[in-house]
Design a protein around this ligand. Structure first.
Ligand code: KG4
Ligand code: ZN
Length: 334
């Protein structure tokens, strides 16, 4: 079965072709990051317009690189939420027209489930159940993946998402956008024990808003006293505070649920320290640890094609009334 995946929920225009879910034949990502960099964050209207400009090119290229023809596609899978409404609408509209034109089924995919499915692409042996930390720009959840399409929410952020905190702290330190990779790099040159930033968690939930304020206050205090501060130390100490809480709660969740495997998903899963620390603690606890290849952590369409395959197998099909759902609640209503 050939699945065409389409992803336009934020600032990446992406298309991919998968064979039977886990095998990826092509994976095209056109990133708009360089355009949004000028503004210090994603400008929704610009994102939508760029998606419109690039979507046909990206989809055609994905089909060509997969070495198949349009008519060979058996299923069209598209992200329909959560995300930016205008951006999502471009992918959803394109996918609906495409599936109608080739007369093949359409499936709307939840972006967060897509991030989790990225693990199946990298690790062919991985099967549920497992506990997954999903940490991206808009979401931070600890989820028990009971089956390919059955999820149980175990913990979540009470305020900011982890990626959002990385982006804001990067801006305050003057590293720019996108913050995650820049802090990741800067932290390698700093002392993670230099500043004792707070680690806040409530049960399996966490909070990053207070941490963000603590970083801002630290910088302001230094400025008021005319004291120099080392921004690499601030980056490293901030990153450590985020990683410590994410690792502690995820390990606790796996133990509580008596699940032997831990996975990472979402853009923040690309973080070097998070990958290393989670692996170290998982091994210490006798747990198996998996994380997607770096290119499948951040937004891509291969994960959407993979998740679309499993959703379709579970009987999920969409019709031409499929709409963008910018604030779709991925786990809370389960
Ligand atoms: O999953 P994603 O590509 O898009 C959303 O669905 O939000 O995640 C983007 C987020 C951004 O906040 C970005 O700063 C963060 O993931 N991110 C990272 C790293 N790479 C991306 N955060 C920490 N370390 C990284 N290496
Ligand atoms: Zn994402």
């Amino acid at each position: 079965m050939y699945i065409l995946g389409i992803e336009t929920s934020c600032d990446e225009t992406a298309a991919a072709v998968s064979k039977d879910g886990r095998t990826i034949l092509s994976d095209i990502v056109y990133s708009q990051a360089d355009i949004h960099k000028t503004y210090g964050g994603v400008v929704p209207e610009i994102a939508s317009r760029k998606h419109i400009e690039k979507i046909s090119y990206v989809v055609n290229l994905a089909i060509e690189k997969a070495n198949i023809k349009k008519e060979d596609i058996d299923l069209v899978a598209v992200t329909h939420g959560p995300g930016l409404v205008g951006a999502l609408l471009v992918g959803v509209s394109f996918a609906k027209a495409f599936s109608f034109a080739i007369n093949k089924p359409l499936v709307g995919v939840n972006h967060i489930y897509g991030h989790i499915a990225a693990n199946y692409i990298t690790h062919k042996d991985l099967t549920p159940p497992f506990v997954c930390l999903v940490a991206s720009g808009g979401h931070s959840h600890i989820v028990k993946v009971e089956d390919y399409h059955k999820f149980k929410l175990l913990g979540a952020t009470r305020d900011d998402a982890a990626g959002e905190a990385f982006d804001k702290v990067s801006r305050v330190l003057g590293f720019g956008y996108p913050g995650g990779p820049l802090i990741n790099e800067a932290a390698k040159h700093g002392n993670k024990d230099a500043i004792p930033f707070p680690r806040v968690s409530m049960g399996l939930d966490f909070s990053f808003s207070g941490l963000k304020t603590a970083v801002i206050n630290y910088i302001h205090n230094c400025q008021q006293k005319n004291e120099e501060y080392n921004k690499y130390d601030v980056a490293a100490s901030f990153q450590s505070a985020v990683v410590d809480v994410l690792v502690k709660n995820t390990i606790e969740a796996a133990k509580k649920e008596k699940v032997g495997t831990i996975c990472l998903a979402g853009g923040v899963a690309a973080n070097t320290q998070l990958r290393e620390e989670m692996k170290r603690h998982a091994v210490e606890e006798g747990l198996k640890f998996y994380c997607p290849d770096l290119k499948y952590c951040t937004d891509n369409a291969a994960m959407i094609a993979c998740e679309g395959y499993y959703a379709y197998k579970e009987g999920v099909v969409s019709d031409l009334t499929l709409n963008a759902l910018p604030s779709i609640d991925s786990f809370l209503t389960m």
